[in-house]
Write a protein that binds this ligand. Structure first.
Ligand code: MIC
Ligand code: SF4
Length: 642
């Protein structure tokens, strides 16, 4: 029986376990990446391990999220990150060099390698034939320290692409079609492996968009074969020697199968407030829009921006709408500047932002109240844009431009502009001046790490208690994202290296009284629905609740990265044994739980007594034997030290 590419790469990196879905495996980590919003924690944790230098083939620290610098906090974090990177053997991508996933694919991606990144869109590099997984900062810190990465072995879903991308249809529409069919939880515990005749003709820029936004399916990662397109891409980056042809065996079989006929796809959008609320553009066309934005790690490549400029050349952005363009990297920015593409964008009325995450993470460019914003980004959770009642639609670059020209949501096919496919350049402009190599080992020893006053020490980690007497602090519904739990945006992101301070904002956009209650009640229990914790990799969504005294989260089901983060910091993730028991608890109920430790030791369920309602129910810890030990110890750092 033939092997999938996924199994080939996993098998080559397997340290323990077998490739049987659901069982625990550990894999060797070749590369890591961090970004500044999660990186400060990751490096503080790495420092806490007392390992002098990273033990990976290549580790890179990016600054791309917290770039506003309205106050000392971001700048201090950047300085800390640069100084610690030099010392411990990590490349440093300076502010201005671009979004981690865009730069990593350009300068560091290697077919067949594994990559762990403290950002949920790390799977972007899967387009080049890597197994690239988004995880919390602590897992990256462990990877940098040379520890294998442990995960439940995912199922492999073969996604057969047939046909060819039609004019005005691209990678964004492919992944939106996947989201339409499978939903934001359809990918949990799965790796999506793309193959088939439709792949051969698909340019890299579209592949990167698909693997990037596979994160929105909740998937472990997504992967494409490394083929002739990959070779051309790496050669155009001046890195042809990194190429290695890799793909599934011709008779490979998969655990599950999906097939998409590219000939039949049409322009799609994800309507508010979820990436899986997918409709055709024509279904929502005509809605007045106040903003259209191109950018983010999903769609801000050279080809994306050149295509946008081609559509905009000699035309004007609609006067009722603000149009922003954020290049994905310095490379993209330099190339469009050199080729006057930038001129066409500016002349049309576009507002050009620096190469960073920017509006995607709510750092500026919030749309007006109640307005429609159409974005080439990957997430449209309520309030993420910084405007709670904004209606954010996710779409391809072409749909964003069509909307910018018309001032209302517009299918690019209805614009009357001739379609021009933008070919990948045979040479990208390579200028790595903002990429700083680590200091040599001998020199590194004497280097000082610079810490600003915003960097607070990590919270204290204590073993799991046996008995919990706590109240239900909050009860939430399905698909709660980490943006709900631990919001981002300009006013909060600055505290990413200060857990006591950032904990004041936990659930603040869902329930402004949450922090006050958590303080008054000395913590409590969180109750949730399905797919709890979807979205980002930010471990602050576990660390800050821990700091507030939360040791138990009970929901109907979890998203992958958040589940791992809860375990890493010693919070017990559990699901209702009977999902209907969700109805047996309300906010404020007093709960009594005994025997947490023995339940974890024996792998048994935990009984929760709801004293307020005089009922009890069982919850099932979502832990492997190893995870149970981590929680008992009070988190991964404690477990490792013991
Ligand atoms: C996001 O897109 O939500 C982020 C901001 O990139 C996060 C990381 C973070 O919260 O720092 C992610 O995707 O993991
Ligand atoms: Fe940055 Fe947005 Fe990509 Fe997250 S999704 S890494 S915030 S561009």
């Amino acid at each position: 029986m033939g092997q999938s590419l996924t199994h080939k790469i996993l098998a080559a990196h397997l340290v323990s376990g077998e490739l049987t879905p659901g069982t625990e495996i550990s894999i060797r980590v070749d590369q890591t990446l961090t970004q500044d919003a999660t990186g400060t924690m990751a490096y503080l944790q790495f420092e806490a391990m007392s390992v002098p230098r990273v033990r990976t083939k290549c580790s890179v620290s990016y600054v791309d999220h917290n770039m506003l610098q309205d106050g000392f906090e971001n700048a201090d974090d950047h300085r800390y990150l640069q100084s610690v990177a030099a010392k411990i053997g990590v490349w440093f991508s300076r502010p201005g060099n671009g979004i981690c996933h865009q730069v990593h694919r350009e300068r560091f991606s290697v077919p067949g390698d594994t990559l762990l990144g403290s950002d949920s869109h790390t799977p972007t590099c899967g387009a080049i034939g890597m197994i690239a997984i988004g995880v919390g900062g602590l897992d990256v810190a462990m990877g940098m320290a040379g520890q294998p990465f442990t995960l439940p072995c995912p199922k492999v879903v073969g996604v057969k692409l047939t046909g060819k991308l039609q004019p005005w249809v691209g990678g964004k529409d492919v992944i939106l079609e996947m989201l339409r069919r499978l939903t934001v939880k359809g990918g949990v515990g799965r790796i999506f492996e793309y193959y088939g005749p439709g792949v051969e003709s698909m340019p890299m820029t579209h592949r990167f968009t698909i693997t990037n936004m596979g994160a929105e399916l909740g998937a472990t990662t997504s992967v494409f074969p490394s083929d002739n397109e990959t070779k051309k891409y790496l050669e155009a980056q001046g890195r042809g020697d990194a190429f290695k042809a890799m793909g599934p065996d011709p008779d490979a079989t998969f655990d599950e199968n999906v097939e998409i006929d590219l000939d039949k796809l049409e322009p799609l959008v994800a309507a508010p407030h979820s990436p899986d609320n997918v409709k055709t553009v024509r279904e929502v066309a005509g809605k007045k829009a106040a903003q259209s934005s191109i950018g983010s790690c999903t769609n801000s490549s050279y080809e994306d921006l050149t295509g946008a400029a081609h559509m905009l050349k000699g035309r004007q952005v609609h006067p009722g709408l603000s149009f922003t363009v954020t290049p994905g990297s310095k490379q993209v920015f330099e190339m469009i500047a050199r080729e006057e593409t930038l001129y066409d964008l500016i002349a049309s009325g576009a507002r050009i932002l620096e190469a960073s995450c920017g509006p995607c993470i709510g750092n500026g460019q919030s749309p007006p109240s109640g307005s429609v914003s159409v974005r080439s980004f990957n997430r449209n959770f309520e309030g993420r844009s910084g405007t709670k009642d904004a209606q954010v639609y996710l779409a391809s670059v072409e749909t964003c431009v069509a909307t910018a020209l018309k001032g209302e949501i517009t299918d690019p096919r209805d614009l009357g502009i001739p379609f021009q496919r933008i070919d990948a350049p045979s040479k990208y402009l390579v200028n790595d001046t903002l990429l700083v190599p680590p200091a040599a080992e001998a020199e590194a020893k004497s280097l000082e790490v610079t810490r600003g006053p915003n960097i607070a020490p990590l919270p204290e980690f204590t073993p799991m208690p046996d008995t919990l007497d706590k109240r239900v602090l909050i009860k939430v519904g399905d698909n709660i994202s980490t943006d709900h739990i631990m919001p981002a945006g300009a006013s909060i992101l600055r505290y990413r290296s200060n857990i006591p301070k950032i904990s004041e904002f936990v659930f603040s956009r869902v329930d402004p009284e949450f922090f006050k209650r958590a303080k008054e009640w000395s913590g409590g229990v969180i109750i949730g629905g399905d797919n709890y914790g979807q979205g980002s990799s930010r471990e602050h969504a576990a660390l800050a609740p821990l700091y507030l005294g939360i040791r138990l989260v009970t929901v109907r089901s979890f998203a992958r990265i958040h589940l791992a983060n809860l375990i890493n910091f010693g919070i017990l993730p559990s699901v209702f044994a009977d999902p209907a028991d969700y109805e047996k608890v309300s906010m404020g109920d007093e709960l009594h739980i005994e025997g947490m430790r023995s339940a974890l030791e024996s792998g048994k369920n935990v009984t929760v007594v709801n004293k307020t309602r005089n009922v009890s129910f069982e919850v099932v810890p979502q832990v492997s034997t190893r995870a149970a030990k981590i929680i008992l110890a009070g988190g991964l750092l404690k477990f490792r030290a013991s």
